[in-house]
Ligand binder design. Structure first.
Ligand SMILES: Cc1cc2nc3c(=O)[nH]c(=O)nc-3n(C[C@H](O)[C@H](O)[C@H](O)COP(=O)(O)O)c2cc1C
Length: 237
């Protein structure tokens, strides 16, 4: 059993990385072989909309005309049984590193042959060999979970992207806002991102998420991508 994390932080030792590694530790405690890929270390270029991948409806991973490190990461997803996508919140969304990677994974891992709500040409996963457990981790600044909607537009998008490219179902998402060693004064508030700390509870949540993923894989309880799971409230298939 392999659990892969793709991490879109620029800081290999800080919050997103610490939480991602903790989730992988949770997966490893259930016997998973784990790996964290740091997108910042790779050569990843923007999609040019040449549509080469889009026209290929046969390959498990469609070829891309850009020769860089993306293909290698997609091959790792294919080999994995579980996929964690993790990112800091930057300007209310996931980082540019993550969106750049997902736009490249879009039609290389997905093909436009699906049908949702009676519409043909919708995306469906290419990797139909197995269903993969997916999860997301985002780390944010000082916005508390109850106000998360104002600074975390990324998680719903990342959840569906993960499920679609890996042909999987979600085991959960983690949102980690900042906690501080003491009540911050006004001056400290202006550099709150630098003073944040992760709590034992947040590490425990990340560990539990990884553990849950690996347990579901082990117990064969992971379902394939289901577009119905991501429809807006009130919309039915
Ligand atoms: C350019 C930039 C934009 C940010 N925007 C937000 C934001 O919109 N909301 C928020 O809660 N935190 C925001 N933050 C804070 C980061 O989400 C937070 O510090 C995160 O934990 C950093 O993760 P890292 O330690 O892996 O780099 C921003 C940070 C940067 C550098």
């Amino acid at each position: 059993m392999k659990v892969l994390a793709i991490n879109a932080t620029s800081r290999p030792k800080q919050t997103t990385s610490q939480l991602t590694l903790k989730a992988l530790e949770g997966a490893a405690s259930m016997g998973a072989e784990t790996e964290m890929v740091l997108l910042k270390d790779l050569d990843i270029n923007f999609c040019t909309n040449c549509l080469a991948c889009y026209q290929d409806h046969e390959s498990e991973i469609a070829d891309c005309t850009i020769d860089d490190d993306v293909r290698g990461v997609l091959e790792k997803i294919k080999k994995a049984d579980g996929l964690i996508l993790s990112s800091p919140v930057h300007s209310g969304f996931v980082t540019g590193l993550m969106t750049t990677f997902i736009e490249r994974a879009c039609f290389t891992m997905v093909k436009p042959t699906g049908e949702v709500l009676g519409m043909k040409g919708c995306p469906e996963p290419r990797l139909t060999d197995k269903a993969r457990a997916v999860a997301t981790i985002v780390s944010a600044g000082q916005i508390p979970p109850e106000l998360r909607q104002y600074c975390d537009m990324g998680t719903p998008w990342l959840q569906e992207a993960a499920a679609m490219i890996a042909n999987g179902s979600s085991m959960g998402d983690m949102y980690a806002c900042a906690f501080f060693p003491h009540q911050l004064n006004d001056e400290e508030m202006t550099r709150a991102f630098l003073l944040r700390e992760l709590t034992e509870e947040q590490f425990a949540e990340a560990f539990a998420l990884g553990e849950k993923m690996a347990r579901a894989i082990k117990d064969d309880e992971v379902g394939p991508y289901d577009p119905a799971a991501f429809l807006p409230e009130g919309v039915e298939t």
